[in-house]
Design a protein around this ligand. Structure first.
Ligand code: LLP
Length: 425
């Protein structure tokens, strides 16, 4: 995070709080989230896209304080479940600034969205149209968008690419499914179609796919005007803005993205003879990711023929991302300064499988030993939100830091929590 500093004896501080202090007070593994950095990133988006509606993608990470910060910074929210929605709204987040997504929305998702009055619901499949219209009821009214697949391959890993035609999200333009679904939405008087949505994928580090998406989406908007006389006022380009996980990696530059998207949209609309739609974007990772750090204790160091394994007290239950997407992190020693020569090691977790690796082939000081603290930067997005209950180790707590103060936001999952859910015998 931006407000990270290092003392002479190697202690790393985030938001003015040394990580050794947090580890001592709250135990490890622990996630630390820098409130100032989250807020700063929200402001960067608002400055880069002043004309757009910026929705934070709650799936990256959500807790009540986070919802509150996002609200205070003037962003909207993208949610994909009744759980995310209810947590935000019961914290006071204005429901009209929330958009509901999902390729398989449950009856509970839809009922909660209608009951709480979400701003827009993004239709993802033909079967959802009649279901939603029925749930809205004869006197109701709901703003909707439709998720369109522009046929673009982009994103940091095959599992997080959602812009290609042959995957589970949205309705393809190329196959005509999008046009067909839109015609059916227009037949529903209780559903008001405000615009088109697309989300290309996640961890995208180039501007190019977004420009292609703008062209294709405006192309579809032009055909809709020709066919139905429909002029849609909104265009949501989703999220996916890539960040740097290790020193030397390049994040997607938001100023460039904003400038190029704006120019492309103006040009495409002028060519099509369409008024420019209001833009929406849905960044998740780029707001929360770099603001978080995960901290572990080293429990064991083991030498095999080919490797040195450094085992920590967390692992794939608090960070499944290396196992799922092959993401590479750069852990570092904190709490003491070592003069030992660097050694090539593999940082592994404590779980019962060989794939439980946090960082393979990274350099750490050669004298790394049990009792040391390791920090894994860029752990604010898709870490706690994807944490599992594997091996019943309990999910780690999340601590917010700001101006030298640490505050517990999400407490550690205790054995008692686990036992309380287990109601059999
Ligand atoms: N909008 C929609 C409709 C989405 O599905 C997503 C992410 C976003 C926005 C936000 O994307 P972001 O700006 O955070 O890239 N678990 C994976 C990431 C999955 C992203 C799913 N959808 C990971 O850990 O990399």
């Amino acid at each position: 995070p931006a407000s990270t500093s290092e003392s002479a004896h190697g202690d790393l501080a985030v938001g003015g709080v040394p990580l050794t202090e947090i580890a001592g007070r709250f135990g490890t593994p622990v996630y630390v989230l820098d409130e100032a950095e989250v807020r700063e990133r929200c402001r960067t988006y608002r400055d880069a896209f002043p004309e757009a509606e910026v929705l934070y993608a709650a799936k990256a990470f959500l807790c009540r304080a986070m919802a509150h910060w996002i609200d205070e910074e003037g962003l909207g929210l993208d949610v994909c479940s009744a759980g995310e929605l209810e947590l935000a709204v019961t914290t006071g987040f204005p429901p009209e600034r929330i958009v509901l997504h999902g390729n398989a929305k449950s009856p509970r998702d839809l009922d909660t969205a209608l009951r709480l009055g979400v701003g827009r619901i993004v239709i993802d499949s033909p079967s959802e149209i009649a279901r939603l219209a029925a749930a809205v009821g004869p006197d109701g009214h709901q703003k909707v968008m439709v998720r369109v697949v522009p046929g673009i391959s982009a994103g940091g890993h095959e599992k997080i690419r959602t812009g290609t035609d042959d995957q589970k999200f949205g309705l393809s333009i190329a196959d005509g499914y999008a046009q067909h679904a839109i015609a059916r939405i227009l037949d529903q008087p209780r559903l008001e179609l405000t615009g088109l949505h697309c989300h290309l994928g996640s961890q995208i580090t180039s501007v190019k796919p977004y420009l292609v998406a703008v062209r294709r989406m405006v192309g579809l908007m032009r055909r809709l005007r020709e066919q139905y006389g429909l002029v849609l006022p909104e265009l949501d380009l989703g999220g996916g803005h890539g960040i740097a996980y290790r020193p030397g990696e390049q994040a997607l530059d938001l100023t460039t993205l904003a400038r190029r998207v704006r120019a492309e949209l103006a040009d495409a609309c002028a060519t099509a003879g369409l008024p420019e739609p209001r833009l929406l974007i849905e960044p998740g990772r780029a707001i929360a990711g770099p603001a978080g750090v995960a901290v572990y204790h080293v429990l064991a160091v083991k030498h095999t023929g080919d490797h040195v394994f450094v085992a920590v007290d967390g692992g794939m239950s608090d960070n499944p991302r290396p196992a799922l997407y092959g993401v590479r992190y750069a852990p570092r020693l904190v709490g003491r300064r070592s003069t030992a020569a660097p050694a090539r090691v593999t940082v592994v977790g404590r779980h019962c499988e060989a794939g439980d690796v946090l960082a393979s082939d990274v350099d750490l000081p050669g004298d790394v030993r049990p009792g040391d603290l390791l920090a894994v930067p860029v752990a604010g997005a898709y870490h706690l939100s994807m944490a599992s209950g594997y091996n019943l180790v309990g999910r780690p707590p999340l601590i917010a830091v700001r101006d030298g103060h640490a505050r517990l936001l999400v407490r550690r999952e205790s054995l008692e929590d686990i036992r309380n859910r287990d109601v059999g015998l």
